[in-house]
Each structure stands twice: as C-alpha cells, then as structure tokens.
Write a protein that binds this ligand. Structure first.
Ligand code: PMP
Length: 285
C-alpha cells in the first residue's frame, strides 16, 4: 500500500514527502513532536496529546500551527489515507524554514507541520508483553528541559542503540543521584515488595507521558497504593515488578535490568492488570 504524509498543507505520496534543507528542525532540532496511539482506527487520548503539544510549543515560544481541532482533523485524515487501524500517528512542528541563524527567524515565519501514520505490529507487542523485556541503564546525559517533547533526541537515540547492542529493548536513564529518571522513549515504574506502584514525579527531569498520566488514574481506580518518587536501580532490582509506559507500548513488563532478573524474571500480575485495564480509562476520538 502506498503511504501518504501530510507536509505543510499537502497530503504527499511518500517519495515526495520532503522538507526544505533550511527547515529549522533539520538544522537545529528546533521543534517538537507528539506520538499518538491509533487503536481500532481511532486516536487515543488526542486531547491530552494536543495539550502537551501546546505546552511544548509554548516552552519554545511557538504558537500552535492551527487549532487542536484542526490538527485532529488532519491527523485523522492522515490515519485514514494510510488505512491505519492499529498503529501510531506522528506529528511534528518546527519553527519553519529560514536562513540559517541560531536566533529565531523573523516573526511571521510559518511553522512547518509534518504528520505521518503507520501500522504497528499489535500481535508482536502482545507477545512481547507476555514475555517481558530487558532494559539496560545508562547515565542521563540529557539537557535540563526533557519535559519539553523536543525533536532533539540524540541522547535518546544513543541510549536506545546501547540497549539494542546489549540485547535489551529499552535503556533507563540514571541521574547523578543514582535514581532512574525515565526510559529513552518511555516512563519507568516499579512495584515494590509491599505492593506500592512507584514512578517518578513529573518534574523537569522526565517527559510527562500521557500514558503515565492515564495510568495513574487506572491505578487509583483499581485501589492500588501509588507513590510518586524517584527510585534507584538497586530498588528496581529488588522490586516485585517493573514496567515501562508509552503510547506505543502502553504497559510493558520489564523482567531484566542489566541482565539481572526483576522479581521472578517474568511479567507480574500488577503490570498485566494495568495493561488490560488501560484502554477503558483512555479517551477515544
Ligand atoms: N519519556 C520519553 C523520553 C519519551 O520519548 C516518551 C514517549 N513519547 C515517554 C516518556 C512516554 O510518553 P507517552 O506516554 O506520552 O508516549
């Protein structure tokens, strides 16, 4: 099937879907993005993703390129044109095309908007969740504003590659204090020996995941004990369960950290139950 991308106002066939060499996203990573889950042909938590997009743009002194409703229409149209039933929609906004100069371009420079959509292997994800995945830890060497969903992802790219080279699926960043911040493309969680679900508070050291926000509601609805605080790698290794969250993986059990088993080395009941309940608490559009 031929793929279609939305690029600056046009739905383009894949081979023509290009941006200018002086797009500030290309030259400076001067832009932000969102990844939204598509399930049964519908977008999951669109409203929350739009709110986070607006916040990320605001932090970079950029306005929304169009209203959240209009962006939603374009995202849905891109999903439809690509016939995506289960997958993801990707949205990127950069500060636009201008002569290369670090300082902002003249006001009135149009932001550049790119939207793509693609299917993901749902069965593969389910199989992975049944087995659980391994993570490795890497030093968190990112900048101080990782709460902005910026397209500047080089430390995340390098961390993910390190994980893959060590036979793991994800890398967990660890701060100078020895505490886990988050994954290279996910938030990090544990279930302590006494049954508390723990994840780090959403300060400027992590990206506030939409999946994380919704999962906190699921946890509360299930009457589980919840604590928002950092945890060390040693505590994660001593935990009953560990897992990660993201729009593409939802709740993914982590069964090994740096090659050592977490708990019994297999997915635990809390992660499994939260994964199953998640979509009942998400918003659909
Ligand atoms: N942290 C980072 C660094 C990420 O890239 C992602 C994925 N976008 C997340 C956390 C999880 O966010 P979400 O649940 O919104 O996908």
């Amino acid at each position: 099937m031929s793929r279609i991308a939305y690029v600056n106002g046009r739905y383009q066939p894949w081979r023509d879907a290009t941006v200018h060499v002086e797009d500030r996203g290309y030259q400076f990573a001067d832009g932000v993005y969102e990844v939204c889950e598509v399930r049964g042909g519908r977008m999951v938590d669109e409203r929350r993703h739009m709110a986070r997009l607006e916040r990320s743009l605001g932090a970079l002194h950029m306005a929304m390129p169009m209203s959240p409703a209009a962006l939603g229409v374009v995202m849905r149209e891109t999903i439809r044109r690509n016939r995506v039933v289960n997958g993801i929609a990707y949205l990127q906004v950069t500060r636009g095309v201008a002569r290369r100069d670090h300082a902002f371009p003249p006001s009135g420079t149009a932001p550049a908007v790119v939207i793509t959509a693609r299917a993901i292997d749902g069965a593969g994800n389910v199989a992975m969740a049944e087995k659980g995945i391994g993570v490795v830890t890497v030093p968190d060497n990112r900048w101080g504003r990782v709460d902005i969903k910026s397209i500047a992802l080089l430390p995340n790219v390098l961390a993910k590659q390190t994980a893959r080279e060590q036979g793991a699926r994800e890398a967990w960043f660890v701060g100078r204090d020895g505490k886990v911040t988050e994954g290279s493309s996910s938030n990090a969680w544990i279930v302590t020996a006494d049954g508390k679900v723990v994840t780090r508070a959403a300060d400027s050291a992590i990206l506030r995941g939409i999946t994380r926000d919704v999962l906190i509601r699921v946890i509360s609805a299930q009457g589980l004990a919840f604590e928002e605080r950092p945890f060390a790698v040693a505590e994660a290794l001593a935990a009953r369960e560990a897992f990660l969250t993201s729009a593409t993986q939802i709740v993914m059990p982590v069964v090994r950290i740096n090659g050592k088993a977490v708990g019994e080395g297999k997915p635990g009941p809390v992660a499994r139950a939260l994964r199953q309940a998640f979509h009942r608490h998400a918003e659909w559009s």
